[in-house]
Design a protein around this ligand. Structure first.
Ligand code: UDP
Length: 370
């Protein structure tokens, strides 16, 4: 018996869809080429510490419905992300806030900080910021750009800041209060027990079958999928066998080690913002959950250009890739039984809450079976 839906990818978008479809009476087969569920939000328990195997994932949202939705699958702790940045021998708080400004310039009031930034911005004469560099400079001035943004961004994206879209830097708050919360969202936390368990619960319904280690390409060759509804969350260019050329992605290589010490860096996230340090940041996983274990697990993140065989993490939404993506999207319109979702299917720098929102919105268009 063929299932009603084929869902390609057992990550967040696929899992929310499978769960919602089951609730509407549809069966689905979820396939994933990896040998685990949960995509890049996969977490693994190492001596009691939830290790974010594919990089730090901090859940944050202002969408009440999405927050209520994830809370059905896990209890969230009170973690608030407050990364620090190391630049040479200097230590700064992130995001850009009064703590950062006072450390940088010795200023104490918002007015002094604004004046300092304005002095630097005035000299640059930027009218409408057209790329990440101009956007960053006009938000925080030259000093912060040079010390905390330029090196980190060029390592992270492997491209000059002038060639990157401005929206990437607008992900970060810039505020004139002494507040180190990295996000402006109303709700925030880390799921107690890890993210994998959330996805596991979403997928645990008699109407859902999960097959791991199954590649879409071989599945498509072996089965006629034209009669099925397909939800595809892999790379959209791969779906079409790259016939319009490849889209660019950034990938990440992690060097993860367990250290025989209780506390390595005193914070979950430490960014290394100078160009000459090869990694972008070090994650100390236990601090996401206030862990008190005798050992600790850390991951150094090395950003690299994606090539076939690596995991894609970040779409490179510069104008050239964006144009190519739009061409793929056009092709996608003629695949009437296929919906493309998630970071890779929609080539979008989605956060987790936005993925859930998109999946729920899509599911609201699907009628109950029968
Ligand atoms: N960024 C930066 N310096 C930092 C942290 C971030 O310049 O110390 C910039 C960088 O361009 C990065 C972007 O802000 O790609 C978005 O950062 P975010 O922390 O949202 O990235 P993610 O956690 O998704 O990798």
């Amino acid at each position: 018996m063929q299932p009603d839906y084929l869902i390609v990818g057992a990550g967040l978008f696929g899992a929310v869809c499978a769960h919602e479809l089951a609730g509407k009476g549809y069966s689905s087969l979820v396939i994933d080429r990896r040998n685990h569920i949960a995509g890049n939000i996969y977490t693994k328990n190492v001596h009691g510490i939830q290790v974010h195997q594919y990089g730090a994932h901090i859940f944050h949202t202002s969408d009440r419905e999405v927050w209520d939705y994830v809370n059905r699958f896990a209890e969230f702790n009170q973690y608030i992300n407050s990364p620090v940045a190391f630049y040479k021998d200097e230590v700064y708080n992130l995001p850009f806030n009064m703590n950062t400004f006072s450390k940088m310039w010795g200023v104490r009031t918002p007015e002094e900080a604004r004046r300092k930034i304005a002095e630097q911005v005035e000299k640059l004469n930027i009218k409408m910021p057209e790329n990440l560099e101009e956007q960053a400079l006009s938000l925080v001035g030259t000093d912060i750009y040079e010390k905390l943004i330029k090196g980190y961004t060029e390592k992270q994206w492997g491209r000059p800041c002038r060639e990157l879209p401005a929206f990437i830097i607008r992900r970060l708050p810039c505020r004139f209060t002494y507040d180190n919360n990295y996000f402006n969202d109303r709700y925030q936390g880390i799921p107690i027990g890890g993210y994998t368990d959330i996805v596991k619960q979403m997928l645990s319904d008699a109407r859902i079958t999960v097959e791991l280690g199954v590649d879409f390409k071989s599945y498509r060759e072996a089965h006629d999928i034209h009669e099925m509804q397909v939800i595809y969350t892999g790379c959209i260019d791969e779906y079409f066998d790259y016939k319009l050329g490849t889209l660019e992605y950034r990938s990440v290589r992690f060097e993860t080690e367990e250290l025989d010490m209780e506390n390595y860096q005193g914070n979950a996230v430490v960014n290394y913002t100078e160009r000459s340090v090869p990694y972008t940041r070090i994650i100390e996983h236990k601090h996401f959950e206030f862990g008190t274990q005798p050992t600790t697990v850390i991951s150094r993140e090395y950003s690299q250009e994606w090539s076939k065989g690596l995991e894609p993490y970040y779409p490179v939404n510069d104008p050239r890739n964006q144009e190519r993506f739009l061409a793929y999207e056009k092709l996608a319109e003629s695949e009437t039984n296929v919906t493309f979702g998630g970071r890779l299917g929609q080539y979008r720098y989605y956060d987790m809450d936005k993925v859930i929102r998109a999946a729920l919105d899509y599911m609201s268009t699907v009628k109950r079976k029968g």
